[in-house]
Design a protein around this ligand. Structure first.
Ligand code: AKB
Length: 344
């Protein structure tokens, strides 16, 4: 029996991950979130803890109760929300991660073995200075353009480094070898699109928002230009990527932080596929210049060749397949769209 801790369980990735983990036998999921979990997700968990990752007494009590094999630390404030509340974002994204890393070290000491720590990072760690350089940069590798211009991107980049520190150099000056080891693995996600949930507080949210609005026959003013291009991935692939990285044999990994992506359409190309599925979709492009600047600083594409080589990462969904086989059928079912009534 494996015991898994998922923080940020109520978020988009949390929902997808818990549903997928719950399909596996011999696994107990302990879910932690600031907010009460939705009933259908709750039912898939062995225990649900409602509380704050900044509450160290709560973390100590959870840690004293369970022996974790793997921690998926998903809780975070996304980029738009983090710009509006930078101090809170720093607390949650950085101090929260530090608390979880400390918890993992403590668990490792008590259990006498390595604890896996999976950390979703983001394309927000990159920062391209202008559109010309973004265009010229093409597919960005893990070590390039690490000059983020958002609080969220800075938090993610720093926490990747914190994780590496805990995995490789933790208390390096101690006279006696330190007990407690973390097997830290981070995955830099592109924008994510789910057929089931709509994200809150992100800046890549225009893609899922456009689709979900169209499925509900709601007008959508898109907050970026039509030619805006960044990488995306659908939620089932994001979950498979996390599980794939978790399962990869340590000796095959050449890095602790990996890019992973699937496709990189422009906002206009996303609109094309949305309109094909929902011909009456009312999308207008009304760029919010400040949010636009953030998306313009993220690369048009990222190079995930290391993930492909080291742990056989390969998305199941390309752009067309994502819409035809996952997103459109998913949102139609979710909003009970009957083509003949609303969209023919
Ligand atoms: C956001 O928009 O903040 C996130 C991200 C790109 O990590 N979706």
């Amino acid at each position: 029996m494996k015991t898994i801790l998922v923080t940020g369980a109520n978020g988009e990735i949390g929902h997808g991950l818990i549903s997928r983990l719950a399909e596996q036998p011999n696994l107990r999921i302990i879910a932690l979130d600031l907010h009460e979990l939705e009933e259908n997700i709750k039912a898939k968990c062995y225990r649900v803890v409602t509380g704050d990752i900044l509450d160290t007494a709560l973390l100590e009590s959870v840690s004293a109760t369970y022996n974790f094999d793997t921690i998926y630390h998903l809780a975070a404030l996304l980029s738009t929300k983090a710009e509006r509340q930078p101090v809170l974002a720093h607390k949650v994204n950085v101090d929260g991660t530090l608390n979880l890393l400390e918890m993992a070290v403590g668990q490792s000491r008590v259990q006498g073995r390595e604890i896996k720590f999976l950390y979703p990072s983001s394309i927000a760690v990159y920062g391209l200075p202008d559109l010309q350089k973004k265009e010229r940069a093409g597919k960005v590798k893990e070590h390039e353009w690490l000059t983020p211009r958002t609080m969220y991107g800075i938090n993610k980049l720093y926490c990747e480094q914190l994780g590496i520190y805990y995995a490789q150099h933790y208390r390096q000056l101690d006279a006696e070898a330190v007990r407690g080891h973390i097997d830290f693995r981070a995955l830099r996600f592109p924008g994510l699109i789910s057929a089931v949930t709509v994200p809150t507080g992100g800046t890549s949210d225009y893609a899922p928002e456009m689709l979900h609005a169209a499925a509900q026959a709601k007008p959508y003013p898109c907050f970026v230009r039509e030619d805006t291009r960044i990488s995306f991935m659908v939620m089932p692939d994001a979950i498979e990527a996390l599980l794939g990285l978790e399962a990869a044999p340590r000796e095959r990994l050449t890095r602790l932080v990996y890019n992973a992506t699937a496709f990189n359409p422009s906002a206009g190309e996303i609109y094309e596929l949305v309109r094909r599925a929902f011909p009456k979709a009312q999308v207008t492009f009304v760029p919010d210049l400040k949010r636009q600047k953030i998306v313009d600083s993220w690369p048009t594409d990222i190079d995930d060749s290391a993930a492909r080589a080291d742990w056989d990462w390969k998305p199941a969904y390309d752009f067309k397949r994502a819409f035809e086989e996952y997103l459109v059928p998913g949102v139609k079912q979710q909003y009970a769209v009957t083509d003949s009534v609303q969209y023919n």
